[in-house]
Design a protein around this ligand. Structure first.
Ligand SMILES: Cc1ncc(COP(=O)(O)O)c(C=O)c1O
Length: 392
């Protein structure tokens, strides 16, 4: 039965871009400069990003999806496009569709792997069982800012000669044993969409350890043109040495990104405080379990996901709506296992029995906000209202 929801005024929003006078000033400067692409801001942003998070190379891009596409494309461009669809990339079922689209767009076939029941990350044992002689790579996604078992994944990948692309869209700042996410595979891609840990409006960053991967990606991001704007002795004169895309980041988002980096630690501190406050308030409530509840320092606290015991998906949706009526915006990460989405179900078929844990996240969980525009008092309000609504 369709559920009918009217508009309500939201007081506690799920996310909010944290911009102030500093972003506005830097954007104004770019506007006044007249240089909107091919300028120095993107390079400055790439350098500052590497320095702050400990990456050796980075390429800024229009958004994370573009970065993921570039990564899979670059790593498999030597495969003849006529037979490419035979080759498989292991992909979490419980992820944003962008993780899978990037594989499809590169001409490869995603093979969907269920997540584990606890934190929603790809189940590595199931993943291992799906490695065949057609597998060429792995899309390793860090779900909800909690690092996936990337060490095991890269070990398996090395043993089977597979590449690894890390989807770090919602895990900026997360680490594994002190090593930042994005440095384990050949490429890692981040998102700067407005509700992410930091924003450039729209935007993304691809990181890599290998300088030749950097150079390749940097050229492909800009049409395959052989020389950057500043290296053209005669304006307008260049050659194109490879197939490429227009996936560049522009100067305005880069200018915003430079300012956002300066505030990132403050944002993360507040996210973490909010997460802890909400987690301990929820701990007392019967009927819910915190997903990935084991709290450890090296995660990125994107949101707090609760599993609603004994609630149908209809009741979960009703709860979300009732919270909205009280002014609290929640979300769902993610609304479907990717193979259940129409496009993928029609292409590859959908067997629910293969994805019980992903289905549980999609149908019986609710994502609660912890973003830095919110306070610890907001967290208490969320927990109290949730408790009241679950009891009634
Ligand atoms: C896991 C994951 N990958 C990729 C994306 C896409 O990021 P973008 O909007 O920057 O392309 C998202 C967006 O939320 C995401 O959650």
């Amino acid at each position: 039965m369709a559920q009918d929801y009217e508009e309500q005024v939201i007081v506690i929003t799920f996310g909010k871009p944290m911009v102030d006078i500093f972003e506005m000033k830097s954007v104004k400067e770019v506007l006044e400069s007249g240089i909107y692409v091919h300028g120095e801001k993107t390079q400055e942003f790439e350098g500052a990003f590497c320095k702050q998070f400990g990456y050796s190379h980075a390429v800024s891009v229009a958004n994370c999806t573009a970065g993921l596409h570039l990564a899979h494309y670059t790593l498999t461009k030597s495969i003849n496009s006529k037979i490419k669809k035979q080759y498989e990339v292991l992909c979490p079922a419980m992820t944003h569709v962008a993780t899978a689209h990037a594989i499809e767009l590169a001409g490869l076939k995603p093979v969907f792997i269920d997540c584990n029941a606890d934190d929603g990350n790809m189940d590595v044992e199931i993943m291992e069982a799906h490695i065949t002689d057609k597998t060429v790579g792995v899309a390793a996604m860090h779900f909800n800012g909690i690092p996936c078992d990337i060490k095991k994944i890269t070990k398996l990948a090395e043993a089977h000669n597979l590449y690894v692309v890390e989807d770090c869209a919602i895990s900026l700042g997360a680490k594994v044993d002190g090593q930042p996410v994005g440095t384990f595979g050949q490429f890692g891609a981040f998102s700067f969409h407005p509700v992410k840990q930091m924003t450039t409006g729209e935007g993304g960053m691809v990181v890599m350890n290998d300088p030749s991967n950097h150079d390749q990606l940097a050229v492909e991001r800009a049409f395959g043109v052989d020389r950057a704007h500043k290296h053209r002795k005669i304006a307008g004169l260049y050659d194109v040495t490879m197939l490429g895309f227009n996936y560049r980041m522009a100067e305005i988002p880069a200018a915003m990104g430079i300012e956002q980096l300066k505030k990132f630690s403050k944002f993360q501190k507040q996210r973490k405080q909010n997460y802890f406050t909400l987690a301990s308030a929820l701990d007392q409530i019967d009927g819910i379990t915190i997903k990935g509840g084991q709290i450890y320092d090296e995660r990125s606290y994107y949101c707090l996901i609760v599993h609603l015991e004994n609630m149908s998906s209809y009741e979960r949706n009703q709860l979300s709506f009732n919270l909205k009526k009280e002014g609290i915006q929640t979300s769902i990460y993610y609304p479907h296992p990717v193979p259940r989405l129409k496009y993928y179900a029609e292409q590859y078929g959908y067997e629910p029995a293969l994805y019980p844990n992903s289905i549980s996240f999609a149908d019986h969980c609710l994502a609660l906000p912890v973003a830095p525009h919110l306070t610890e008092n907001n967290m208490i309000t969320i927990a109290e209202l949730l408790e009241g609504l679950i009891k009634c």
